[in-house]
Design a protein around this ligand. Structure first.
Ligand SMILES: [Zn+2]
Length: 365
């Protein structure tokens, strides 16, 4: 016996006209398309982008807002992720007096599968949240859309990874990969501000994901509760636009470098010890890599814990560099090693360059 829902849906499906993606694309390609698209998805589905020109009207607000946005005589095409919501919503709009309403067959999923274009979608709420960024000429709507579409992997959720993750999430980065195999210890809390007392003994990835999700609910998170190693690094890193090294060991940096060189991915290096820290951008296009900077692996820095503000400052410099890379703005740190000294409150800079005989990225490799 079919359910009430199935009966309702089948009735709606028989009466609501469906439009194929190819036909919709052809109509939208006309000089003055008469079609008004309505995107019915909820805000947490916007990371896939939207069809250009669509009004973002979540299904949950359809009946309340529709009359303020379009006229009953307008030609409307509704779409959602698949097609169920749009078919049922078209029936509702018909009952409200909108008679030229159809639904996109297969929804955005089919649209994308058939290779038709999407643009980043920034809801009213999103634009309000990032109002100050959008007003910066160096960012604007286009720049904010770049950040929303960006995917950044953070390796290590400790003293450096904490400020990096918090600031990148708050800046509107669309997808963050969080990688750490450790759990939260009491002695972490003074500088690892992503975590808090209730998170003690929980995996740092869980603790971090929870904190970041409360900061920005439409942030997409990928959690990797494991260590980076030579076997998983390249397949993982090729899914990200930028990698942030927030680890605390040389072995991980070597692995990040090798994987970033092979996948042509830029990465932001950072390290901190005591009152001092270092930051640079590595493997930017035509730029030097980690082994160009240190042909022979350097000695491990002392294991003395950093001053908490030193870790925070270095992490913020790393997050700042990620934003510059993604926005293609400013003078990147490629070939410039920044040295921060918290005792002197002073930044110094050492220049370095790509080496033709680099064992990792040189011509012979
Ligand atoms: Zn190199």
């Amino acid at each position: 016996m079919s359910s009430v829902f199935e009966e309702l849906f089948q009735q709606a499906r028989q009466s609501v006209p469906l439009i194929h993606a190819s036909e919709l694309f052809s109509q939208l390609s006309q000089k003055n398309p008469e079609v008004q698209l309505i995107d019915l998805r909820e805000a947490n589905e916007y990371h896939r982008g939207k069809i250009a020109g669509a009004i973002m009207l979540p299904r949950s607000r359809l009946e309340i807002r529709i009359e303020a946005l379009v006229k009953p005589e307008d030609t409307l095409v509704l779409y959602c992720s698949g097609e169920v919501r749009s078919i049922l919503a078209a029936q509702v709009l018909h009952d409200m007096g909108f008679h030229n309403v159809s639904a996109l067959r297969g929804g955005l999923t089919q649209w994308v599968a058939q290779g038709y274009p999407c643009e980043p979608c920034l809801s009213e709420q999103y634009l309000e949240r990032f109002e100050k960024h959008v007003k910066l000429p160096e960012v604007g709507i286009q720049g904010q859309a770049l950040l929303k579409n960006a995917r950044v992997l953070i390796v290590g959720l400790g003293g450096l990874g904490s400020p990096v993750a918090l600031y990148l999430a708050a800046a509107g980065i669309g997808e963050l990969g969080l990688m750490d195999a450790d759990v939260v210890h009491l002695s972490n809390l003074p500088r690892q501000i992503l975590h808090s007392t209730p998170s003690l003994n929980l995996p740092k990835t869980w603790s971090g994901a929870y904190r970041l999700q409360t900061l920005c609910s439409d942030l997409h998170l990928k959690v990797f509760n494991e260590r980076l190693h030579s076997g998983n690094a390249a397949p993982l890193i090729e899914n990200f636009d930028v990698v942030v090294d927030a680890s605390d060991n040389l072995e991980t940096r070597e692995i990040i470098n090798t994987a970033c060189v092979s996948t042509h991915t830029p990465w932001v290096y950072g390290s901190v010890s005591g009152f001092e820290g270092q930051v640079t951008l590595l493997n930017a296009p035509n730029g030097p890599c980690y082994r160009c900077l240190w042909p022979n692996p350097p000695e491990n820095l002392t294991t003395s814990g950093p001053l908490n503000t030193a870790a925070g400052i270095v992490g913020l410099l790393q997050a700042n560099e990620v934003l510059k890379v993604l926005l293609a703005h400013g003078e990147l740190l490629s070939g410039r090693l920044l040295l921060w000294n918290s005792s002197e409150s002073r930044l110094r800079e050492i220049l370095f360059s790509k080496k033709a005989d680099c064992p990792a990225c040189g011509l012979g490799t």
